[in-house]
Design a protein around this ligand. Structure first.
Ligand code: COA
Length: 337
């Protein structure tokens, strides 16, 4: 076996990586949308000032049978390395994944990273089957569960529009001092500063379990750079915010990232400032963002979101909006130094 840096700009290697991704999808999560070549390869080739990727391949007899990456934040949380490992199902249980992970751990150490994090999917009652491989593999390498998390999915085409309107009216009754605004594309200038501040609060306000992560320092310029980056990768951004009318403060925000022609979108984040809680703002921004997405992307059917299991308020909102659990996505962690 040969473990070597992966040159994702080489079209032949990119094709082999995509083949591994397709085989992994078919074996592990066939109920999820199939991987798209452009989306995957653009992500792996990304030129993002916030996150650098280091990529490794595993080859057997000159054929790529697995690959791994670590995502290295460049501005905030520079002690972290986020790892992903994929092995072709026909070549598992032969040490390929271990060799890739060891190479990545070594690289993370060379990059002065002290904490390794990886996401592992598992089954939920009533959901599609999920194997044990990810969890057993992570545990075999000294990673431990740090944040139990569940992925949920709403079917927008099954929305009961009358019930949604009733919920909206009920929530608006508690939010008389707020305007709900929505947008499509770059975060509007007048909201960007407030949105960036709320994003920075996420790891302070949302439960993060044992994960060793620090508050971020996003500002308007970096938020806009991230928006432009997402747009360049073919992602449409649809956001909703609650603005406190007397002060002009951005009190809550959410955003759905849509990748046409796919019929799945994902929630980037939803957060309400603690000062403005109790006004149903979390529910309001989500209803409005759902409505805008339904109007502008009729092909989009499912919206996916991940919530820490300890995040009772967010989970309750999602339950009311028709999100249904479909898999766990636990964050595992290992200290490297
Ligand atoms: C998880 C994954 C990377 C493992 O790759 P692999 O090449 O089979 O891993 P290895 O052969 O190096 O396995 C190392 C150890 O992990 C554990 N392990 C791996 N797969 C397992 C399984 N299906 N059941 C139980 N234990 C398993 C075992 O302890 C194994 O050692 P052993 O074979 O001597 O018993 C692979 O199954 C995969 O690509 N899964 C999909 C993506 C994923 O879940 N990635 C991990 C999170 S990023």
């Amino acid at each position: 076996m040969r473990i070597a840096p992966l040159d994702i700009h080489d079209p032949a290697q990119a094709d082999e990586v995509f083949a591994v991704e397709q085989a992994t999808h078919a074996a592990d999560r066939p109920d999820n949308p199939p991987p798209l070549y452009d989306l995957l390869i653009t992500r792996l080739r990304q030129d993002d000032p916030e996150v650098r990727l280091a990529l490794m391949s595993a080859q057997l007899d000159g054929r790529l049978v697995g690959y791994a990456l670590i995502a290295l934040p460049t501005i905030d949380n520079r002690h972290l390395a986020q790892v992903e490992v994929r092995v072709d199902p026909r070549h598992r249980r032969r040490g390929v994944g271990s060799a890739l992970l060891e190479a990545m751990i070594e690289r993370a150490g060379a990059e002065q990273r002290s904490v390794l994090i990886g996401g592992v999917t598992g089954p939920v009652p009533g959901g599609p089957p999920r194997g044990e491989a990810g969890a057993r593999f992570a545990e075999a390498h000294g990673l431990t569960p740090a944040l139990p998390n569940t992925q949920r999915r709403a079917d927008l085409q099954a929305t009961d529009v009358a019930a949604e309107q009733r919920l909206l009216d009920e929530c608006l009754f508690h939010a008389a001092d707020y305007d709900i605004v929505t947008w499509h594309g770059i975060t509007p200038d007048r909201l960007a500063d407030g949105v960036a501040s709320l994003v920075n609060r996420l790891v302070v306000d949302a439960p993060i379990g044992e994960i060793d992560i620090q508050e971020t320092t996003l500002d308007t310029e970096r938020l806009h750079a991230e928006d432009h980056n997402a747009l360049a990768r073919g992602t449409h951004l649809v956001g909703a915010a609650a603005v406190h009318r007397p002060t002009g403060e951005v009190a809550a925000v959410t955003r759905i990232d849509v990748r046409p022609p796919g019929d799945h979108g994902g929630i980037w984040l939803t957060i309400a400032h603690p000062k403005h809680r109790g006004h149903r703002l979390g529910t309001l921004v989500k209803i409005e963002v759902h409505r805008r997405v339904r109007r502008e992307f009729p092909q989009l059917r499912y919206v996916n979101t991940g919530n820490a299991d300890a995040n009772a308020h967010m989970v309750a909102i999602n339950d009311r909006l028709g999100y249904v659990p479909y898999e766990t996505a636990t964050a595992y962690q290992r200290r490297l130094s």
